[in-house]
Design a protein around this ligand. Structure first.
Ligand code: PBG
Length: 324
């Protein structure tokens, strides 16, 4: 049927009709809010490159968790800034490490909020790489033992979900076996499966104080020229026991998100990363774009591409808008 019998504008004639036929939803339960936890009490230190985001102490993190719960946000994901760094990133797996403390406090005060523990070493190591360094390389297999230890410490502290982000081969298997042996068969794994070596992480490395002291992450994170390789990464992580898989960053990788969603029948998360956030904030501050509208459009586009969840620094602001 063609014009004039078909008029596609009929479906766009009013807000009521447009809402009725809209294909994509964006709700607070689709959003995951990242928190940066540092030692101390009542600390709330602004992150210059991420306006509106802060490094906070555990007591403040509990307040944030309560607010997220009230706003209907699905979960928080925790990143730690330890008091001291060393070669092995020992505070990542210490029983009283910063993240373990934060998990315990949040689970004690807001038990119904899903708490995700990011599992990586770059914030904890003196060299800033995501594992054990031998010479100038990150030693994959030596890192797996530490990943397993860290996952157990996080699970014992009460994490609902462990999110390994180091892009080591076999990390999901190492983690799943350790969790199962430790009696944590119901602890979920959300794997950063297709994580690209990306310049969009710049502001995060300020926030988490985690830039590598030498070299880059290109021998473990993916090359941004590749999309098919992402499907191999995802399929491997699913075979190893991942429950939820992630594509990261999001905005420049919508094709990858779509490819993963079409191919695998599993929950897919996408990380709307620090650089994506900082660009919106900077342009909005300059008065060049409407920050709220742009954020809504971006997050909806990430959902439209196939992401079930979006990790985003916009989470609280957007949840407030969606709740109005
Ligand atoms: C650590 C990690 C990074 C991000 C999340 N976990 C940075 C990196 O790999 O250098 C980036 C998140 C963001 O930019 O918002 N492995």
């Amino acid at each position: 049927m063609s014009f004039p019998f078909t008029r596609l504008r009929r479906l766009r004639q009013s807000p009521k009709i447009r809402d009725w036929v809209s294909e994509t939803t964006l709700a607070p339960k689709n959003l995951i809010y990242p928190l940066f936890i540092r030692p101390g009490k009542n600390v709330r230190k602004p992150i210059a490159s991420m306006p509106g985001q802060y490094q906070i102490s555990v007591d403040r993190a509990v307040k944030e968790a309560k607010e997220c719960k009230k706003l209907g946000i699905a979960a928080v994901i925790l990143f730690g800034i330890p008091s001291k760094k060393d070669e092995r990133g020992s505070e990542a797996f210490a029983e009283d490490g910063i993240i373990q403390k934060a998990i315990r406090s949040i689970k004690a005060k807001v038990p119904s909020l899903t708490v995700i523990a990011d599992l990586c070493f770059c914030e904890y190591t003196s060299h800033g790489h995501c594992g054990i360094v031998q010479g100038k390389e990150v030693d994959n297999d030596a890192t797996l033992d530490l990943i397993a230890r860290t996952a157990l410490a996080q699970a014992r502290a009460g994490a609902d979900v462990i999110a390994p982000s180091g892009m080591m081969d076999g990390m999901v298997k190492a983690l799943r076996s350790a969790l199962d042996r430790g009696g944590f068969k119901d602890t979920l794994i959300m794997a950063y499966s297709a994580k690209y070596a990306s310049a969009f992480y710049g502001p995060f490395r300020d926030a988490a104080e985690s830039p590598p002291k030498f070299g880059d992450r290109k021998s473990y994170q993916m090359d941004f020229r590749n999309a098919k390789e992402a499907l191999r990464e995802i399929s491997q992580d699913l075979d190893e026991g991942a429950d939820i898989v992630m594509v990261k960053p999001a905005l420049a990788y919508l094709d990858v998100i779509r490819g993963v969603k079409d191919r695998f029948n599993v929950p897919v998360a996408a990380y709307n990363v620090s650089g994506e956030y900082a660009m919106v904030k900077a342009a909005a501050k300059a008065g060049w774009v409407d920050g709220e509208k742009i954020a809504l459009e971006i997050l909806t586009a990430i959902r439209r591409a196939g992401a079930d969840f979006v990790l985003t620094y916009h989470a609280k602001d957007i949840a407030k808008i969606l709740g109005r």
